[in-house]
Design a protein around this ligand. Sequence first.
Ligand code: FAD
Length: 411
Amino acid sequence: MAPLEIIIVGGGIAGLAAAIALRKGHRQITILEQSPISQEIGATISLQPNASKIVEGQWGLSTALQEMGSMVDDAFEVYDLDGIRQMRIPLATKEKYGAERMMYHRADLHQVLRERATSPSFPGRPTNLRVSSRVVSCDCEKGIVRLASGEILTADLVIGADGIKSVIRKSVLGKEIIASPTGLSAYRMMIPVEELEKNPDFARVINPRKSCTTMVVGRDRRLIMGPARSGSIYGVVALVPDENMEESSANTSWTTTGDHGKMLSSFADFPVWAQTPLRLAEKVGLWQLRDLNPLSTWCRGRGILIGDAAHAMLPTQGQGASQAIEDAEALGAFFDQFESGTDSVVEINRDIFECRYDRATTIQAYSRQAAKPATEEGDKKAKMNPAEFMDYNCSYSGALDWKMRHVATMI
Ligand SMILES: Cc1cc2nc3c(=O)[nH]c(=O)nc-3n(C[C@H](O)[C@H](O)[C@H](O)COP(=O)(O)OP(=O)(O)OC[C@H]3O[C@@H](n4cnc5c(N)ncnc54)[C@H](O)[C@@H]3O)c2cc1C
């Protein structure tokens, strides 16, 4: 049988992870990325044990990530505005879930994934990463992709890893589905830790080199913070209700540059110590948080959606990228059957969708639930308590194991 030809639309975390998982033998993998260079933003990102197990263990990227300053996230701590710690949940997850919860700089994770997908030093043909290649449409039945340049490419398998504003989603579903605003926006910034340490007000309450995620909770706004790059920088997400952002609904960009002054006035009620990282931020990004309602399907013919294109979710469980990595692992596991000639691409895509849908959709619902009271829409699936959900999220050993334990019993 001829080796599989694969086009992946989108070179974000989902697309690169899919290339790694599928890289095998003579398979020919091309990633089409619209941006000219890596656009990964300056922010921290955490991978939960269910995904760090795949990235650091199965794909062997632990050393490369360590060299970039990856950190184990030891605990989740919550402070009130008086600077009193209200809660500390130890996260030592290795014993229970087989891997740690990890914190990275997003650009570092992206770079390590890109290297693993494209370098000739690993088994299988290196992925061909084509930048400045924006896809405008796809015929999923035939596996035909059209670029903005007019170029037309074909493949056995087309993976839509093109994020929350996916073009491939329209080709799979036959109609446009736009992610809905959730009432929350996030300012994002990174501050050098040595600058924070010069401010005794802040350092008296929080040690920014400590390997943990810290949340400072106000009435309807909060700060979520954590270190990256071996504790040299501190990533801060400042969550505010949308109306404070005064974002025009006509604004088509959901990630923009944030207004520093507006951010400071949004947090004017916070005490001086808690405002310190906001004051010190030199560059502020702004992210309007949107998510998708569960789609009716993720696949059509030779096309399949993964990552945010399939199930964009709120960041409240820190599972968005982790679910994208689970999708990628599932592609690798299920397409192992392809070369044996027993199943077609269309059948394998359907199997992957059936295996992944319930889990990703449940986590999506719970992420929405955890954002309340800012969003009110709930879901039966989300009515577990946080400990139950942690178990659900993190007890994962790959798609085939999941299929055996869950999907097979549903039939
Ligand atoms: C505030 C916030 C905090 C978060 N924190 C975490 C966290 O700690 N842990 C976690 O697991 N997740 C987190 N997430 C979620 C996580 O960032 C996303 O789930 C993840 O980045 C999705 O990856 P993706 O590759 O599917 O999409 P994207 O990262 O959006 O990548 C899509 C790629 O496709 C490209 N593209 C788009 N359209 C086209 C086209 N037409 N042609 C070619 N290329 C195209 C884009 O340029 C981009 O490179 C957070 C999200 C937010 C909003």
